[in-house]
Design a protein around this ligand. Structure first.
Ligand code: S3P
Length: 457
C-alpha cells in the first residue's frame, strides 16, 4: 500500500461555523424518514450518466456529497435534473461519452465522488483537474491512482498522492487483474468502472468483502459481471466496452444514517423509534449486529427486496447496554458506523473493543483520533492504537460537558450530538454544517423524535 494518513489536524471551525448543542432528553419516540443511501445515490448518478438514455432515480439522497457528484457530471455534459423531492432523472451520454470539463471539478467533502470519478474518467482521453475541501485534500488518492495508472491513465498529485490532482484518461485502457491491498469499495468500484471502458475482462479480487452496490447496479443496468468466491476472496469480473441500459433505481434509506437515531434510541431510556425501508445489504448492516451484541433491542420486520437491495423496517428500544468485542471481520460491513457505536460503548457497562479499524484513520477525519479526543473531553476513558480502539463504558450517563472539534467530519458531528442526548452535561459541537453532506436536516429530524438538539439556524 502506498498511501498513508498525514494525521494532520483538520482545519479548525471558521467564522461561518454553526455550533450545536445536545442535551439529555426524555425518551425518543416515533418514526423518522431516514435519507437515501449515499453510496447507492452516487452510483445511480454515475452509472446513469454512462447509460444510453434516461435513468430515473427515486429516493436520491439530496446531500452535499451527492450534489458534488451531480455537478461534476453536469460539467462533463450530463443532464441531471430533479423532478420532485427525491425524484431525479439522468440523461446518460453512453460509456466513454463524457466531455472534458472546462473548469476544476470541486468535489467538496466527498471521497466517494473523487475516487469513483477517477474510474469513470479513466477511459476518457481528456484531462480533468479535481480538488476538494480541506478534509478531502488530506485524503490519500494513491489507492485508486495505483491500479488506474497500471491500466494506462496519467495522474499528477500533490505530495503523498493528495489532491488537487490532474487526471488524464485514455481511450486505450488496458484491462487488468487487481487484488485490493485494503478493503475499499471505492477502490474496487474505480477499477470496475475503468474496466467498463477497457477491452476484454477486468477482474478485482477482494480478500475481504466490501459493499457491493456497484456490482449490483452494473448488473441491473445490463453489464456483464461475474462473481466467484474462492479461498483467496471474491473475484469480480467485468466485460468492458459494453453498453449500459438506463434503469429505474430505487434508493433505500441509508443504514449509515439510520445508525444515528438507532444508537440514540438505544442509549436514551424508554425510547422506541421506528425507521422504515432501511438498507439491509449484509455488506452494510454490521452496525445492527454490533448493537445487538451490546444488548440493544432491535426488532426487524418486513424484510423485502427494493430495486435489487434488501430493505427492512427497524424498531429500536432504549436498553441497558453492555460492552462488546467487535471483531475485525465485521469492520468492512460497518466501517462508517464506528464513531456512533463508540457513543453507545461510552454509555454501556463494561469494556468495548473494536478490532481491525485502521481504515478509520483515512476517513473524512482521522476518526480514531477525533473519537478518542472527543470522548476523553466528555470524561470517557478510551485508548487507541494503529488499528484498534478500546472504550471503558461509564455504566451510567457519561459526564459530557465538552465542546467537540468536528474536523469537517459529518459522522463525528452527528455522533457527539447523539452522545449529548444521554450525557449528564450538554455536549456541544463546533460545527453542525458537515452533517449536510450525508444527512440533510439531521437536527430537525432528531428534534421530531423529541431530541433536545439546538443549533444556530
Ligand atoms: C464508500 C466506501 C467506504 C465508505 C464511504 C463510502 C462507497 O469507503 O467509508 O463512506 O460508497 O464506496 P472505502 O472504500 O474507503 O472503505
Amino acid at each position: 500500500m502506498t498511501d498513508n494518513n498525514t494525521n494532520a489536524p483538520a482545519s479548525p471551525a471558521t467564522s461561518e461555523s454553526r455550533p450545536a448543542t445536545a442535551r439529555r432528553t426524555g425518551a425518543l419516540l416515533g418514526h423518522m424518514d431516514v435519507p437515501g443511501d449515499k453510496s447507492i445515490s452516487h452510483r445511480a448518478l454515475m452509472l446513469g450518466a454512462l447509460a444510453v438514455g434516461t435513468t430515473r432515480i427515486e429516493g436520491l439522497l439530496e446531500g452535499e456529497d451527492i450534489h458534488a457528484t451531480a455537478n461534476a457530471l453536469r460539467a462533463m455534459g450530463v443532464t441531471v435534473i430533479q423532478d420532485a423531492p427525491g425524484i431525479w432523472h439522468v440523461n446518460g451520454v453512453g460509456v466513454a461519452g463524457l466531455h472534458a470539463p472546462d473548469d476544476v471539478l470541486d468535489l467538496g467533502n466527498s471521497g466517494t465522488s473523487a475516487r469513483l470519478l477517477c474510474g469513470l474518467l479513466a477511459g476518457h482521453g481528456f484531462t480533468a483537474i479535481m480538488t476538494g475541501d480541506d478534509s478531502l485534500r488530506k485524503r490519500p488518492m494513491n489507492r485508486v491512482i495505483d491500479p488506474l495508472t497500471q491500466m494506462g491513465v496519467r495522474v499528477e498529485t500533490r505530495e503523498g498522492g493528495r489532491m488537487p490532482m490532474t487526471f488524464t484518461g485514455t481511450d486505450m485502457l488496458l484491462p487488468m487483474i487487481y487484488t485490493l491491498p485494503v478493503p475499499s469499495a471505492q477502490v474496487k468500484s474505480a477499477v470496475l468502472l475503468a474496466g467498463l471502458h477497457a477491452p476484454g475482462q477486468t477482474t478485482v479480487i477482494e480478500p475481504i468483502a466490501t459493499r457491493d452496490h456497484t456490482e449490483r447496479m452494473l448488473t441491473h443496468m445490463g453489464a456483464e459481471i461475474t462473481i466467484t468466491e474462492t479461498p483467496e476472496g471474491r473475484h469480480i469480473t467485468i466485460t468492458g466496452q459494453a453498453e449500459l441500459s438506463p434503469a429505474h433505481v430505487t434508493v433505500p434509506s441509508d443504514p449509515s444514517s439510520a445508525a444515528f437515531p438507532a444508537v440514540a434510541a438505544a442509549i436514551v431510556p424508554g425510547s422506541e423509534v421506528t425507521l422504515e425501508g432501511i438498507g439491509m445489504n449484509p455488506a452494510r448492516a454490521g452496525i445492527f449486529e454490533s448493537l445487538r451484541d451490546m444488548g440493544a433491542r432491535i426488532e426487524q420486520t418486513n424484510l423485502r427486496d427494493e430495486g435489487g437491495e434488501p430493505v427492512a423496517d427497524l424498531t429500536i428500544h432504549g436498553s441497558a447496554l453492555t460492552g462488546a468485542d467487535i471483531p475485525a471481520s465485521r469492520a468492512a460491513s460497518m466501517i462508517d458506523e464506528y464513531p456512533v457505536l463508540a457513543m453507545a460503548a461510552a454509555c454501556a457497562t463494561g469494556t468495548s473493543r473494536f478490532a481491525g479499524v485502521g481504515e478509520l484513520r483515512v476517513k473524512e477525519s482521522d476518526r480514531l483520533a477525533t473519537v478518542e479526543a472527543g470522548l476523553r473531553a466528555c470524561g470517557v476513558s478510551v485508548e487507541t492504537d494503529a488499528d484498534s480502539m478500546t472504550i471503558e463504558g461509564c455504566g451510567e450517563p457519561p459526564p459530557g460537558g465538552a465542546t467537540i472539534a468536528t474536523s469537517l467530519d459529518h459522522r463525528i458531528a452527528m455522533s457527539f450530538l447523539v452522545l449529548g442526548l444521554a450525557a449528564a452535561a450538554p455536549v456541544e459541537i463546533d460545527d453542525i454544517r458537515p452533517s449536510e453532506t450525508s444527512f440533510p436536516g439531521f437536527a430537525e429530524s432528531m428534534r421530531k423524535l423529541g431530541a433536545d438538539i439546538r443549533d444556530a439556524s
